[in-house]
Design a protein around this ligand. Structure first.
Ligand code: AMP
Ligand code: MG
Length: 330
C-alpha cells in the first residue's frame, strides 16, 4: 500500500509519501517565513501553502517515481493547528481524493508525531516529549488512547525561544531561531537564574520569557541569557518527562517537534533516562519537524486497523486533541 500525507497545520507545508513497510518515498517541505520581527501570520502562511501545494505534490510524485493513481490512501492533518493553514491541506486532499477516486483520512497532528517516532526509533511504548513552536506536551499511551500527561499552561517552549530571539534582535535566514540560540548558548557556561515554573505535571514559560526580556534590557550578554534560558526550560521539560516516566513505569523516552533538534535537550533527556534504567532515542530532524510522512504513516495505521472515517473526520478541527482518537492499531 502507498500513502500520501499532507501537512499544513502551521508555518510548514509538508508532502510525504510512504509505503506500508515504512519506507519513505518522498518527504518534501516548504516553510513560510514571516516578516522580519514577527511571528507566524496564519493568513499569510495559508496563502504561502496554497501557492506551493500544487507543485510540492507534483514534486513528491516525481521524487517517488509514482503517478497519482498509484496512491492507495490520502491522509491529511485535521488538527490541531491554525484554521486557515489546516484548510489548505484538507482542500487539496479532498480534491485529489475525488480526482483519483481514492479514500481520504483525517489525522491528528500529534498522533503523526508520535507514530513516526515509534516507527523510526523502534521503541514500543515510549513517553514522548513533543516540543515545537506551537506545542509542548508530554504524551504517553494508556488504555487505548494517547494521553497528555503534562503540557504548557501558556506559551509553547519553541515560541518562548523564538520570541526571546526576536527581542534580542537575532535572526538568520539559514536556520531556525532555536538553533541560533543553541549556538549562542554553546559559547558560555555562565548562568543567570530565571524563574523555574513547574506546576504538578504542567509547565509555564511566559514568566521566564518576561524575566529574560527584562535582563536583556539590563544589558546581560545575549549568550549568557541564551544559555540560562535553555538550561532553565530544558530542565523543566526533563523534570516533567522524568515524572511521567516514573508514574507510568514505562521504560522508553523519545522526543519530537522542532525543538527536538536541540543537542543539549537530548543530552539532558538521555542522562535522565539512563538514571532510570530507561532507553532514550531521538529521530532525525527531517521527520521530527512537521512533515507529510508522519501524517501518511498515522493515516495508514488508522486505515489498516479498520478505522472508517465518518463525515466529521474530513473537516478540520483547530482544537483537535490527541485523546479524542481511539487507538485501534495498538
Ligand atoms: P515546529 O513547530 O515543530 O515546526 O518547530 C519549530 C520550532 O523549533 C521553533 O520554535 C524553532 O525555533 C525550534 N527549533 C528548531 N531548531 C531548534 C534547535 N536546534 N534548538 C531549539 N529549538 C529549535
Ligand atoms: Mg508539529
Amino acid at each position: 500500500m502507498i500513502i500520501l500525507g499532507l501537512e499544513s497545520s502551521a508555518d510548514k507545508l509538508g508532502v510525504g509519501i510512504i509505503d506500508s513497510n515504512g519506507q519513505i518515498l518522498a518527504n518534501l517541505r516548504k516553510t513560510y517565513k514571516p516578516p522580519q520581527g514577527s511571528g507566524v501570520l496564519p493568513r499569510e502562511a495559508a496563502e504561502h501553502h496554497a501557492k506551493n501545494i500544487p507543485h510540492l505534490i507534483r514534486d513528491a510524485f516525481e521524487k517517488a517515481n509514482l503517478i497519482p493513481e498509484e496512491i492507495d490512501l490520502i491522509a491529511f492533518t485535521r488538527g490541531c493547528g491554525m484554521g486557515p493553514c489546516l484548510r489548505v491541506a484538507a482542500v487539496a486532499a479532498r480534491t485529489l481524493s475525488k480526482m483519483i477516486n481514492k479514500p481520504l483520512i483525517g489525522v491528528n497532528h500529534q498522533i503523526g508525531h508520535v507514530e513516526i517516532s515509534r516507527l523510526f526509533t523502534g521503541l514500543e511504548d515510549p513517553i514522548v516529549l513533543y516540543v515545537s513552536g506551537g506545542n509542548t506536551q508530554i504524551i504517553g499511551f494508556m488504555e487505548k488512547r494517547y494521553r497528555v500527561l503534562g503540557e504548557t499552561l501558556d506559551i509553547p517552549v519553541g515560541n518562548c525561544l523564538d520570541v526571546f530571539g526576536r527581542e534580542a534582535g537575532l535572526s538568520n535566514k539559514e536556520m531556525p531561531m532555536g538553533r541560533v540560540i543553541e549556538l549562542l548558548a554553546e559559547q558560555t557556561d555562565e548562568y543567570i537564574e530565571l524563574p523555574y515554573v513547574v506546576k504538578g505535571m504542567d509547565l509555564s514559560f511566559s514568566g521566564i520569557l518576561t524575566a529574560a526580556k527584562r535582563l536583556l534590557k539590563k544589558g546581560i550578554p545575549i549568550p549568557v541569557l541564551a544559555n540560562s534560558l535553555q538550561e532553565t526550560v530544558f530542565a523543566m521539560l526533563t523534570e516533567v518527562t522524568e515524572r511521567a516516566l516514573s508514574h507510568t513505569k514505562k521504560e522508553e523516552v523519545t522526543i519530537t517537534g522542532g525543538v527536538a533538534a536541540n543537542k543539549r535537550l537530548k543530552e539532558m533527556l538521555r542522562l535522565m533516562a539512563e538514571e532510570h534504567g530507561a532507553i532514550f532515542k531521538g529521530i532525525p530532524t527531517s521527520i521530527s519537524i512537521d512533515n507529510g510522512v508522519m501524517i501518511a504513516w498515522a493515516g495508514y495505521l488508522m486505515w489498516s486497523t479498520g478505522y472508517k472515517p465518518n463525515k466529521r473526520d474530513i473537516l478540520v478541527d483547530q482544537h483537535f486533541r490527541i485523546e479524542e482518537v481511539e487507538v485501534t492499531w495498538r
